[in-house]
Design a protein around this ligand. Structure first.
Ligand SMILES: Cc1cc2nc3c(=O)[nH]c(=O)nc-3n(C[C@H](O)[C@H](O)[C@H](O)COP(=O)(O)OP(=O)(O)OC[C@H]3O[C@@H](n4cnc5c(N)ncnc54)[C@H](O)[C@@H]3O)c2cc1C
Length: 391
């Protein structure tokens, strides 16, 4: 029996993809492309979960550890090069520049980059004079050099997910929004009955692409997936004149400029663990409790970003989002069939933006052929999860 998928399905199986974030939309597209009858089910609107409140940096940088996960991330970056052309998704390529304020951390970056090179990345350290040529609108006075990872890119994740879902629909997929899957019951015929807020749906297989919704794997597939989730604030400005060519990962803030001119800011550190913050974040809000707090937070991030990109100081803020990361406890993706539920398949991960096109492809392949994809062997849901605490 193949580890990833217990049996090959009939020519046009009906597969439900639960969760309409960037991962679910990509899986729905790749399944539909492979000949499945697909129903994509999202409890809210498409791409309103982590795939909305994300920095959306496509990368396989030093943080992707260990080696097999780095390789998987490299495949993710490569798959974006395919999908951007296949579906005409705008991707801002150009690479990333990263540096740290602390001398110790900057020293560590040097050895991280050596490892990157050994692992086949064209990354390198670049001296300040060259950095100033690459990004003339960035103030590099706080550093003498930075890591340049030329393969990296960034997307508008909501647009990308929407394009994938639209392409799936073009291949016959049914998209159900505002529809929540409550439970899944195996029928004697081998089919599964999904009980949803909009009625029952009989399907052959179902994929959980439910992101940070902890407990959903237990509820829908009877498997305990140790997951946690941490918040991060994303600020999006109104379109600006061209300021940045690359992703800038500076001390305290991550910055990139989309092709539509909007600047995206991501905070580097999470919320301080004060009692007030813990209470405010308890229900996992996606928005600040009031406009004044949202504005204050955005201004704080803009001020930090303004020290790195001085032309940014007066940008008008359009959106302030609290994103919640889907974090399997050991930091690695969870992808594969659920051993005790023949019809269930799980695809939950951080760095889902970087990975979505590749994951969509390999998940569709496993489900449609019943053959295990060897690159997924370290990500199976039945593995033992060790806590890493990354992010
Ligand atoms: C602040 C922040 C910064 C990040 N930066 C990056 C980055 O730079 N690069 C990167 O690659 N990744 C990044 N990530 C991670 C990345 O955004 C996520 O891994 C990715 O968006 C996950 O996509 P998804 O489709 O799995 O989850 P989601 O987008 O959360 O989608 C899951 C969907 O499932 C739906 N759902 C759940 N349960 C049900 C149900 N029972 N019925 C119906 N629908 C259901 C939810 O409503 C949700 O819409 C970041 C995340 C955050 C929060």
């Amino acid at each position: 029996m193949a580890a990833g998928s217990p049996w090959a399905l009939s020519a046009a199986p009906h597969v439900a993809v639960i969760g309409g974030g960037i991962v679910g939309c990509s899986i729905a597209y790749h399944l539909a492309k492979s000949g499945a009858r697909v129903t994509l089910i999202e409890q809210h609107a498409l791409a309103t979960g982590a795939s909305h409140g994300t920095f959306a940096w496509i990368n396989a940088t030093w943080a992707k550890q260990p080696r097999h996960y780095h390789q998987f991330s490299q495949a993710g970056v490569k798959a974006w090069r395919r999908l951007e052309h296949e579906l005409t998704i705008p991707v801002k390529w150009g690479g990333s520049l990263e540096w740290f304020a602390s001398a110790t951390r900057q020293q560590q970056l040097l050895s991280d980059i050596k490892e990157q090179i050994a692992w086949g990345e064209p990354a390198r350290m670049v001296a300040k004079e060259r950095l100033e040529q690459l990004e003339p609108n960035v103030d590099f006075s706080g550093t003498s050099d930075a890591a340049f990872s030329p393969n990296d890119g960034a997307v508008n994740p909501v647009l990308a997910a929407t394009i994938m879902a639209r392409a799936a629909a073009g291949l016959g997929a049914v998209i159900k929004e505002q529809c929540r899957v409550e439970s899944a019951t195996e029928l004697p015929s081998g089919q599964v009955m999904l009980h949803t807020s909009a009625g029952m749906l009989a399907i052959d297989r179902y994929v959980l692409a439910t992101g940070a919704s902890e407990g959903m794997a237990q509820q829908l597939a009877d498997i305990a997936l140790p997951q946690r989730s941490t918040p991060g604030v994303i600020v999006i400005t109104a379109p600006q004149p061209p300021l940045l060519n690359r992703i800038v990962v500076a001390p305290g803030v991550h910055i990139h400029q989309r092709q539509d001119g909007r600047i995206v800011l991501g905070e580097q550190d999470g919320a301080p663990a004060t009692t007030a913050h813990v209470a405010r974040l308890k229900g996992r809000p996606r928005q600040f409790p009031n406009t004044a707090l949202a504005t204050a937070h955005a201004q704080r991030m803009l001020t930090i970003a303004g020290t790195v990109v001085p032309g940014l100081g007066s940008a008008v803020v359009e959106e302030v989002i609290i994103g919640w990361r889907p974090l399997p406890l050991d930091g690695l993706p969870v992808i594969g069939s659920v051993p005790r539920k023949r019809a269930a398949y799980v695809a939950i991960m951080h760095s889902g933006v970087s990975l979505a096109p590749h994951v969509g492809d390999v998940v569709a392949r496993e489900i449609m052929t019943g053959q295990s994809v060897p690159a997924l062997k370290d990500y199976r849901p039945e593995r033992h999860f060790m806590s890493t605490g990354q992010y």
